[in-house]
Design a protein around this ligand. Structure first.
Ligand code: CTP
Length: 434
């Protein structure tokens, strides 16, 4: 092994004092237990990139759970222990999270399986990981605090701005790393090193993506689309490896889709001005991502991306209806009730999707108008009121209620008394035959 050791005390000195003391404390507790302790992975990478990252991953050559218990005794966070995996998590205020694991070796019983693990040392623990830039560690014990351990050339790859795997079967063993390679390359504006690219291509040709469960694919896609600033880069990379096609042959992502997915964030910002209700931006992005899929395939593709079946059905409905919604709303003059009935069946997420996807100024205007002025309109009278008027229950109730709602949306009535009066008149008109 080409073991390189650097000192990175200077980088550690630049950390907020709270984080630095956590690192020192972890080393002290390690010393008390006579265990080696390291901080590893994304934290180390981001420390060198001078990017904030308060997800601390500690690896210990020894008992991870005991280390977690002793450490938490001193810092008083919220400790969760996973006995079965020999891992523990400590949550602290201000979104600081500490993961503690026993150094382990991983092996895969078959490709794309979840790995089997056994206790090991720091070298094996780093070797089981994905990319060189994520495989660096910093020692925390007092005698070598701040010593950087870089067995696999992570520092050089950070300087060269490259994503590189440690061994050729990395993507075969864990195909989710294909998505991760793209996510990191896009996030840091790095390139995927040449052999690593070839390994990705080989894993895709060997249909390794098909071996992943929908849940795991979903998680990775969602991680990718959440990194909105670099979405065009990551989507283009996913496309150039033909990953969407491998996930589902009907999933076409062209440059228009990429542009629109990227625009979703601006549409969302606009919507936040109109409504204080929270909405799920991931759903909006997924809708836009699959917007070029043929209507009859939408539900099938969505099932791979969204676990909740009710949600899949409601999104499918909205997506299937979107063209007719655009047609109705793309006129200069549309009355309030037509706008209301066209948009009422759809969720906020669907409305934002329509807004973003249609790109038509009239459609956009009417959606904003609906959200601001019409969406909260509802009638106050109920069947009980009609009963009290002496109207016999039957289909006539719906006719009356519908016309009250229409009058309310059109603005001809506005309060409960108006509704009661209008209902009465409508009843008499129906009875009178007009
Ligand atoms: N890891 C891996 N293979 C995976 C997932 C994770 O080898 N499929 C390793 C990587 O070494 C990574 C560490 O586990 O550094 C922690 O994973 P995660 O928290 O997902 O990664 P981070 O690098 O911290 O990424 P992010 O900045 O997105 O949180």
């Amino acid at each position: 092994n080409d073991e390189r050791i650097y000192q990175c005390s200077e980088s550690i000195d630049r950390l907020p004092s709270k984080i630095k003391s956590l690192l020192l404390l972890a080393g002290e507790v390690g010393d008390e237990l006579n265990q080696k302790v390291y901080i590893v992975g994304g934290f180390v990478r981001d420390l060198l990139l001078k990017t904030d990252n308060w997800d601390l991953d500690f690896v210990t050559e020894g008992d991870g759970i005991e280390l977690a218990r002793q450490l938490n005794h001193k810092i008083g966070g919220k400790l969760t222990i996973h006995e079965k995996f020999g891992t523990a998590v400590i949550k602290l205020p201000q979104f600081i999270s500490i993961d503690i694991v026993t150094a382990r070796r991983e092996y895969y019983e078959y490709p794309a399986a979840l790995p089997k693990v056994e206790r090991s040392n720091i070298w094996s623990d780093l070797f089981r990981r994905d990319f060189t830039i994520n495989c660096m560690a910093i020692a925390l014990n007092q005698d070598n605090f701040g010593e950087m351990i870089d067995y696999f050339g992570g520092m050089k790859d950070l300087q060269d701005k490259q994503i590189r795997v440690l061994y050729n079967l990395s993507f075969i063993e864990d195909p989710t790393r294909i998505f991760r390679a793209i996510r990191f390359a896009a996030r840091f504006n790095f390139t995927i090193e040449k052999s690593t690219c070839q390994y990705i291509e080989q894993a895709i040709s060997a249909n390794m993506l098909e071996k992943l469960s929908n849940d795991r694919i979903r998680e990775e896609i969602i991680h990718i689309i959440r990194e909105q600033d670099v979405l065009d880069k990551s989507l283009q990379m996913l496309n150039s490896f033909k990953i969407f096609k491998s996930l589902d042959p009907s999933l076409t992502i062209n440059s228009m889709v990429i542009r629109k997915v990227k625009n979703v964030r601006f549409s969302l910002e606009g919507f936040r001005q109109l409504s204080s209700k929270p909405f799920n931006q991931t759903i909006v992005m997924l809708m836009q991502l699959i917007s070029e899929v043929d209507t009859d395939k939408i539900s099938e593709v969505l099932k791979k991306l969204i676990a909740n079946e009710t949600l899949v059905n409601s999104i499918t409905q909205s997506m299937v209806k979107r063209r007719s919604v655009y047609e109705i709303l793309s006129q200069e003059e549309v009355d309030r009730y037509t706008i209301y009935t066209a948009l009422k069946p759809h969720s906020d997420e669907a409305l934002i999707f329509f807004y973003n996807d249609s790109e038509n100024p009239y459609v956009r205007h009417y959606i904003a108008f609906y959200k601001l002025k019409l969406s909260s309109i509802h009638i106050k009278i109920t069947g009980k009121d009609l009963q009290e008027m002496g109207i016999k229950p039957g289909p006539i109730y719906k006719m009356i209620m519908d016309s009250v709602l229409k009058a309310k949306v059109l603005g001809t009535i506005y309060d409960r008394n108006g509704e009661l009066e209008f209902a009465k008149q409508k009843y008499h008109r129906i009875k009178g035959g007009n």
